[in-house]
Design a protein around this ligand. Sequence first.
Ligand SMILES: Nc1ncnc2c1ncn2[C@@H]1O[C@H](COP(=O)(O)OP(=O)(O)OP(=O)(O)O)[C@@H](O)[C@H]1O
Length: 473
Amino acid sequence: MSDRIKVAVRVRSPQGNGPIVCRASSDTVSLINDDKKSFRISSPQKKAAKEFTYDYCFSPTNSIAQDQAEIYEKLIRGYVLHTLEGYNSCILAYGQTGSGKTFTMMGDQNHEGVVPRFCRELFEVFHICHQDDSNELTTEFQVKCSSFEIYNEQVIDLLSSGSQKRCKIRERADKSTFVEGLEEVDVANVDEIIECIHRGNENRTVRSTHMNQESSRSHAVFHISVYQKETDSKTGTVVECRSTCKLVDLAGSERLGSGDTKMKHEGTSINKSLSTLGRVISLLAEADRHKSPLVPYRESALTWILKENLGGNSNTCLIACVSPENYHESLSTLRYASLTKRVRTSATLNSLSHIEQMEDLKSKLRELQKMVNDKKSTNPGQHILEKRVEDIQRTNFFLEQRMAKEAQISAQVLQTAQQERDALAWITLHIIESFDWGQAESNHEICNRSSQLQKAFEEDLSFFDDAFQKYCA
Ligand SMILES: Nc1ncnc2c1ncn2[C@@H]1O[C@H](COP(=O)(O)OP(=O)(O)OP(=O)(O)O)[C@@H](O)[C@H]1O
């Protein structure tokens, strides 16, 4: 599912001047048009007003509670469903210091922000979706969470007890990245996950600056990973999927002015990583024009961690927070957000039954092929080969069931499955051709099995063709 990053702007008005116009100061006027998607900003010193269009624009009303709820309901709720369906998600809050990023993501005691609302609904929606499950259908649901900050380019675990634990960023074989050694907490219910959110917030590096009493001095990431396993005892079908969601409160861009050396160092580090993020976004936004651009993800810890969410397997959303006291800062945030809108990601269903079982099946077939090839010299016991064939046929049955389900979800997934199936059929034929037909007597049973296997694959192919035609009709 290829889609561009969704981008919304949230305007923070200190006075809460009404739903449409926010006159934050004498020299800046921000206006959200009635369509709630376009945003105009002007200053008397600048002749022409600048206008930008986003997926949503949120202006403050007289009710903070309503504002917090509106952002969640209109923008974020869909990502809970994406996560439960097995897709990776990421929500980022970006903006100048003091513009309301932490307030948007975490909220305060009386006005919960995006992160706690997301976590509450994750559990609630799961239970609603599965309350009618029959006796045959059981669904296992495991949620783990971790929380970390990127402070002066170091990744620090916010949930580890005791002294500050620094962690390293690693790359997996599939090129996605992860933080190694983080404390991952198994959470069984809403209360436990909310407790982790609070624990992480308490440990985050915060300092008072001239713009914000409690300014975040780091980028904070709350990471949720969800594992679901659905077993149908009647058919024996097992469907597994794993998805993740990163909820990111970025540190605010800031002018480096007065302050002690420590604060200046923090400020430099924040600005540097945000400018790398800007460069990464800008290259990805141009990706259509320049095929496979060299994206400098590794240049900062932030972009290295967000690699998958910015340019890979993820549904991603950016909330640009604007505090229009400062025309230039606001304009810069709006431009950054505008550029982000052009970045495309391609979320894929992280269904283990589809990906991993296919891999498993392929490797079993490769093994079988190898055994057949080695047969002349080693002459392995016939029963081992038989067992392998049986294994493959059984796995094949589960896959068939799973694919039939997936046909309802996505024609794209089905198409991929067909291609995979074609490849497997080809390998099977190849195995059969590799038999030493001269020794047919000793191989008689194996040949029979292989022919059955070939037939099963052919049936599968027509099964998938039919399903695909039906889906497209
Ligand atoms: N929409 C809003 N309504 C009411 N108060 C808000 C709103 N947005 C922010 N605030 C308040 O403004 C102050 C600064 O907000 P916040 O800490 O969220 O900014 P920030 O962008 O995270 O800043 P920094 O980058 O410095 O951490 C806080 O006291 C917060 O409660």
